[in-house]
Design a protein around this ligand. Structure first.
Ligand SMILES: *Cc1c(COP(=O)(O)O)cnc(C)c1O
Length: 428
């Protein structure tokens, strides 16, 4: 491992918006009822004006508010490490670097946008934020961020995770959030599902429907989404902008950049600041998803809803269908039927290459990484590690520079590690 080479002074002060630099104009979100392009005002029921403005902004650079920079400085800049022991084990000539986002208090990249979203909502007088969470990474990031800006936080947590993975729920409650297992009988969307199937284990799509409905029907309450939307990906670019500076300081240039993809935010945050150089400088951008939820590699590029009930705008994206319920793999953060519209477009245009990997090969990589580099990666992040290792093994003789985003740690995922080590982890 190498020490953190970026000091506070060098921390980026602006986010990078890729919209003006996309190969073509992003297809607009459509109203779920009229199928007409959504007018920004229509979103004001669920989002604050400042975030809607960012969602549609064509400005390439957006200033990070001082209050947000202040909170970022509690854990940013995050370190860029060289994985020397992993390189040695693989007997590769490739150099492998990883950006480590697990140093944030909730343990992933997700607070980069949660902090910004909580701040803008607070500024506009919002009192409560609602959201959904699968395994709990996003919910815990928002619980943490809302506490810092004195907002209340209501989290609909997919019931199967609520029951099987108590630790992130406890973390959210410790930060003061209210956590509700979804589907619940607090919302119409939840009640409809429970009538048909009282034992429904829930899904991200259902939990989104419940959180959106609660925001629309309650006073001074807005909804917050942890991935997929333009403003979320925008906030995450702090990651890649730091990496750019860190590589400049050590006079290195990446040849391959890798990130895992659920909704696309950690991948975008890590890679978007490099997209403009990618063609010129021949940088390969690799987006990795699970074989069990293969939206980019097996889905279709089409307008679809972001949730199960069809309450959200229609987004043009790679999708497996809004009623697709992925098998219960341990990388809960990657179990989403769709993929960010901007990333979908970049995959469609061949700027980004998508790959799918299986659960067992992912845990092989996770355990090898822990045994060489020390950190137990989140199962989501281990998808990127798997492909980084595969690429390094192809570079036995070539001196390529490989960089991946270690989006979070896996210290709440020990049950998955236990199953793997005992040989009972299925390969769905
Ligand atoms: C949520 C999560 C992801 C996937 O979400 P993206 O929006 O695609 O980044 C990846 N890694 C970790 C650690 C997560 O918590």
């Amino acid at each position: 491992m190498t020490k953190n080479i970026l000091n506070d002074e060098a921390m980026p002060k602006r986010w990078y918006n890729i919209l003006p630099d996309l190969p073509e104009k992003l297809p607009p979100p459509l109203n779920p009822v009229t199928k007409e392009p959504v007018k920004p005002q229509e979103l004001e029921k669920i989002f604050p004006k400042s975030l809607i403005k960012q969602e549609v902004s064509e400005d390439r650079w957006i200033r990070i508010p001082d209050e947000v920079l202040e909170v970022y400085s509690y854990y940013r800049p995050t370190p860029l490490y060289r994985a020397r022991r992993l390189e040695k084990f693989l007997k590769t000539k490739a150099k492998i670097y990883y950006k480590y986002e697990g140093v944030s208090p909730p343990g992933s990249h997700k607070p980069n946008t949660a902090i910004a979203q909580a701040y803008y909502n607070m500024k506009e007088g919002v009192e409560t934020l609602t959201t959904e969470t699968g395994a709990g990474q996003w919910g815990s990031a928002l619980a943490f961020a809302t506490k810092l800006f004195d907002l209340k936080c209501k989290v609909y947590m997919v019931r199967s995770s609520y029951e099987q993975k108590p630790y992130r729920r406890i973390m959210m409650e410790t930060w003061g959030a209210q956590v509700i297992p979804s589907p619940s009988n607090l919302t119409e969307s939840g009640r409809k599902i429970l009538e048909k199937d009282p034992k429904c284990p829930g899904s991200l799509g259902i939990a989104i429907s419940e959180a959106v409905e609660t925001a629309v029907k309650s006073e001074n309450t807005k909804y917050s989404l942890g991935s997929v939307l333009n403003h979320v990906l925008l906030h995450q670019t702090i990651v890649g902008l730091e990496v750019k500076k860190q590589f400049e300081i050590i006079d290195e240039k990446p040849d391959i950049m890798i990130g895992c993809v659920g909704g696309g935010s950690n991948f975008a945050g890590f890679c978007y600041p490099f997209v403009k150089d990618a063609e010129k400088e021949n940088i390969k951008l690799l987006a990795v998803e699970p074989k069990a939820c293969p939206s980019m590699t097996k889905g279709i590029y089409e307008y679809d809803y972001g949730d199960t009930a069809g309450l959200t705008p229609l987004l043009k994206m790679y999708t497996l269908g809004h009623d697709f319920i992925p098998p219960p793999i341990h990388a809960g953060g990657l179990r989403y039927h769709g993929c960010a519209p901007s990333l979908s477009l970049l995959v469609k245009k061949g700027v980004v290459e998508a790959r799918a990997v299986g659960q067992r090969e992912v845990f092989d990589a996770a355990v090898l990484f822990a045994r060489t580099e020390g950190i137990l990666p989140a199962p989501e992040s281990a998808h990127a590690i798997r492909v980084a290792i595969d690429e390094a093994l192809k570079s036995k003789e070539e001196e390529r520079v490989i960089a991946f985003n270690l989006s979070g740690h896996g210290y709440f995922d020990l049950k998955a590690y236990d199953e793997f080590l005992r040989g009972s982890l299925p390969d769905t």
